[in-house]
Design a protein around this ligand. Structure first.
Ligand code: FEO
Length: 170
């Protein structure tokens, strides 16, 4: 059985994952309108991944006798400036999510809720992969800068990455 403190903290993480899904969906849509098919596909998949993160938490909360709450979400931006800025935003967002997961892990230890602590280890590993991938892409786009040819090749690379991966782990 979840304590009220843990239930509230997990529900807050459910909101964060749902908001992440919305942010990446907005990025996908923006990239698509810019004609960057690969980046758009990557972001649509990323948005799906975040929804999966959210659902996994929601099911856990309900299984343990809590109530997963679907809350109101802040609307994400409509446009993202440049691809460089967009991937920087993505990276910063993932760093923020990692920090929230760490806070959550901390709360479970304080509350001696070892079952939830164990469950959260999946998110700890996932965040390591997500941050590494986001940093990798950011490094690439920083090298390319605003070079149109480079961006075209980058879009193709990202498309391949999105198409070949069944689980992007991002
Ligand atoms: Fe669910 Fe990208 O963190």
């Amino acid at each position: 059985m979840l304590s009220k403190i843990i239930e509230k903290a997990l529900n807050e993480q459910i909101r964060i994952e749902a908001e992440s899904s919305q942010v990446y969906l907005a990025m996908a849509s923006w990239a698509e309108t810019q004609g960057f098919e690969g980046v758009a596909l990557f972001m649509y998949k990323h948005s799906d991944e975040e929804r999966m993160h959210m659902l996994k938490l929601a099911k856990f909360v309900n299984e343990r006798g809590g109530h997963a709450v679907v809350s109101a979400l802040v609307a994400p931006p409509v446009s993202f400036g440049s691809f460089k800025e967009m991937f920087q935003t993505l990276f910063d967002h993932e760093v923020m999510v990692s920090s929230r997961i760490n806070d959550l892990v901390d709360i479970t230890l304080n509350q001696k809720d070892y079952a939830t602590h164990n469950f959260l280890q999946w998110y700890v590993s996932e965040q390591i992969e997500e941050e590494a991938l986001a940093r990798n892409i950011l490094d690439k786009i920083n090298l390319i800068g605003d070079d149109k040819g480079g961006l075209y090749l980058f879009d193709n690379d990202v498309k391949l990455l999105a198409e070949t991966s069944t689980d992007l782990n991002i």
